[in-house]
Ligand binder design. Structure first.
Ligand code: FMN
Length: 246
């Protein structure tokens, strides 16, 4: 009998490497197709995500057809125009926003729309009775599994959310009870940046871990005595640029 279920050193290293070197990829896709077995493994990792009441409320719509993608790209361009207009009062930020590459719909090898079906297995979902959003949270867990598995396989993923869901529903022929949650672009890449594009380009900085941990109550950033040793460890993590170690 063992009480140590930790992964081995190499396994842990692999997991953390996938976590810290995963990137949202929009600009570095290369024209190389993802082999069927690789794509199937990535989707199987997504399918093994946790889900409220084991409801597995996701579907993965795989899209290679260029006409379908062109329609999705048009939706992106319309929505991008709308969001650019929201920055009319801040010309500097608007200019920067307009210069960002925020999707790789046409250049990636395959697009995957991850959807949510709240009716799966019937109306009673164990655990979803109080917090309805747990259904959507489950789909987000599947997306993260997909993202990490793709990184492990050397495949880049970009999440495009500057889209109208109504467009996606029409373009993809979805029934009214199902909702698109994530529109993802997958493909091999020329590089995985060491930092998020939005950090590199000065849009926003990564916050320190110590800025987002509260002790016992919302907003309590200074720990009571019992937590102080732990906080030293957190501060040490703040010093470690994980991206520098990958
Ligand atoms: C729900 C969600 C929606 C996102 N939508 C977009 C998007 O429309 N366009 C884009 O370029 N990146 C999008 N991203 C990617 C984020 O910009 C990116 O995750 C963040 O800047 C951190 O970078 P990293 O993923 O490389 O660590 C989205 C990410 C999430 C989780």
């Amino acid at each position: 009998m063992t009480d140590d279920y930790a992964l081995t050193g190499a396994q842990k290293e692999g997991l953390y490497k996938a976590i810290f070197s995963r990137r949202d990829v929009r600009s570095h896709f290369i024209p190389k197709s993802i082999p069927n077995d690789v794509l199937a493994r990535i989707l199987n990792a997504a399918h093994h995500a946790p889900s409220v009441g084991f409801s597995q409320p996701w579907n993965f719509i795989l899209i290679r057809d260029s006409e379908t993608r062109r329609k999705v790209k048009e939706s992106f361009l319309r929505e991008q125009g709308r969001s650019t207009a929201l920055l009319d009062g801040d010309k500097d930020r608007q200019k920067k926003y307009s210069s960002l590459k925020l999707e790789g719909i046409m250049e990636s090898d395959v697009n995957v729309c991850v959807t949510y079906d709240p009716t799966r297995f019937g109306p009673f979902v164990l655990g979803r009775t109080s917090i309805e959003e747990t259904g959507v949270y489950s789909v987000a867990c599947a997306v993260q599994n997909l993202w990490l598995a793709a990184r492990a396989e050397g495949v880049g993923v970009g999440w495009v959310s500057i889209l109208a869901n109504s467009d996606l529903e029409n373009i993809l022929g979805m029934p009214t009870h199902a909702k698109p949650i994530a529109y993802l672009c997958l493909g091999y890449v020329a590089e995985f940046s060491d930092k998020p594009d939005l950090e590199r380009l000065g849009w926003l900085p990564r916050m320190a871990l110590s800025e987002v941990i509260c002790y016992e109550k919302w907003g309590e950033l200074e720990p009571p005595g019992s937590w102080s040793e732990f906080q030293s460890g957190v501060k040490a993590q703040d010093e470690v640029r994980r991206e520098d170690n990958i």
